[in-house]
Structures are given as structure tokens and as C-alpha cells.
Ligand binder design. Structure first.
Ligand code: FE2
Length: 239
């Protein structure tokens, strides 16, 4: 099986459609999503509809839960919080129910999906270092776990008692007992590469590759301004 893994879309329609076009060309067998469909940008409904119609395996992000009252908005900085309030106003009950029903963790075959950390996934703690990864690696029951939240691609491997962090873009899983792979962000990358980020997991070759795609950022930015969302949410896409 070849999987396309996406996450942290954040209502960015242009980035999502650009990534899905690439995934169709890659002819992946299944799409997985690590959550945060909404938040920050201006097209929550089209993004939810696209993800829902993909019939992918998906978990909830903190923005998904916050917009439907399942996570406190006090967690967020002002620009994120304002977008959550705006997004909640756009959601009809059909979309609210979809977001409310998203699980925090999915586990199947040898794959786990979670938005942030596996220990207390409902707290949405960041994993950006080997130390932060340790508790999640200890309780991970499958070989590989895909996650997001920080919007920065990263792989953290456990081999015996050793934890190894890899900030590259091609990861070989064959020597690891377990691996946590952050697939980066489709809709709001934060690693100084403004292109949309996603991953291809080749189960047979035991490899994961982080891929980047250009998309029409100006269109996304224009829609953020037009909706009256915080300017910071537009500027963040361009730096
Ligand atoms: Fe996010």
C-alpha cells in the first residue's frame, strides 16, 4: 500500500486542491489526515466537504474541536482565536456534527494517526524534540504514527533505547522499532518553506517522503482579507 498523508489544512482551499492533484498523480491507495481541517483561512466549508468526500481516515485537530466547543478557545493566540470564532459562525449543523465526531486517535494495520501527542491527545501537546516524543513512543502500539500540529515536518525514531531525530525529507523506517512522523502542514507551513507539505508512505519499501507543492498563495491571501480575518493569518502564509 502507498498512503498519502495530509494535515493542518486550515481552510486553505488552494493548498488542499494542489496537494490532492499531486496525490492523484502519485496514485496513492489511501489518504490519511492528521486533522486541523479548519482555522486561520477563509474556506472552511469547501475544505470540510473535500475531506469528507475523500473518505479518508482522519483524526481531530485542536482547531476542529475548538470550532465546535470541544476544546477551549483560551488555548489560542488572538489571530487563531478570532478565526475560530469566525469559522464557528460559518458552520451549519451538518459540518458541526462532522467535526464533533472526529476521533482523537485512529489505529489500523501498523499505523496510528493523532494530531499532537499520543499521551493525553485531548491536550494537544506539541512534539518537536526527541524528549517530547518519548512518552508517545513508549505507548505507541504500531510501528508508525503520523501526526502534525507544529506544522514542521520531522521524523523521530526509536531503535532499542535510542531516540533519533531526523529533520530531512526522506525517512527510512527499516532500522527503527517505531517512528513518529510529522507530515508538516498543507495550509500553513512554518518551516520557512511556504509550499504546501504532505507525505507519501510506501509500506512495501518502508519509507516516508515529505513532498512540497506550490499553490496560488495570493488567492488564499485575498480570501483571508476579503473575509475580514486577522491580517496575521495572511502574512503567515508568505514567510
Ligand atoms: Fe494546525
Amino acid at each position: 500500500m502507498r498512503y498519502g498523508v495530509i494535515g493542518d489544512i486550515h481552510s486553505n482551499y488552494e493548498a488542499l486542491t494542489a496537494v490532492l492533484k499531486e496525490l492523484r498523480a502519485e496514485q496513492v491507495d489511501k489518504i490519511l489526515c492528521t486533522g486541523d481541517i479548519i482555522g486561520y483561512a477563509a474556506e472552511p466549508i469547501p475544505c470540510i466537504e473535500i475531506i469528507r468526500d475523500l473518505d479518508c481516515t482522519i483524526v481531530a485537530g485542536n482547531h476542529d474541536y475548538a470550532a465546535v466547543g470541544k476544546f477551549p478557545s483560551g488555548y489560542f493566540h488572538a489571530a487563531a482565536r478570532d478565526a475560530i470564532v469566525w469559522t464557528a459562525q460559518q458552520l451549519t449543523s451538518e459540518y458541526t456534527e462532522f467535526l464533533k465526531k472526529l476521533p482523537l486517535v485512529e489505529e489500523f494495520n501498523d499505523i496510528t494517526l493523532v494530531h499532537a501527542s499520543l499521551n493525553h491527545p485531548e491536550f494537544f501537546d506539541y512534539i518537536t524534540t526527541g524528549v517530547e516524543a518519548r512518552l508517545s513512543l513508549d505507548i505507541l502500539k504500531t510501528k508508525i504514527c503520523f501526526y502534525g500540529h507544529s506544522h514542521v515536518p520531522l521524523a523521530i525514531f526509536l531503535a532499542g533505547e535510542n531516540v533519533h531525530v531526523d529533520r530531512g525529507s526522506v525517512f527510512d523506517l527499516s532500522n527503527a522499532d517505531k517512528a513518529l512522523i510529522n507530515v508538516g502542514s498543507v495550509g500553513q507551513p512554518r518551516d520557512w518553506d511556504i509550499r504546501a507539505s504532505y507525505a507519501i508512505y510506501d509500506e512495501k519499501n518502508k519509507s516516508v517522503q515529505i513532498k512540497r507543492v506550490k499553490y496560488n498563495i495570493q488567492d488564499t491571501v485575498g480570501k483571508i482579507y476579503k473575509a475580514g480575518l486577522p491580517e496575521a493569518n495572511a502574512l503567515r502564509l508568505m514567510s
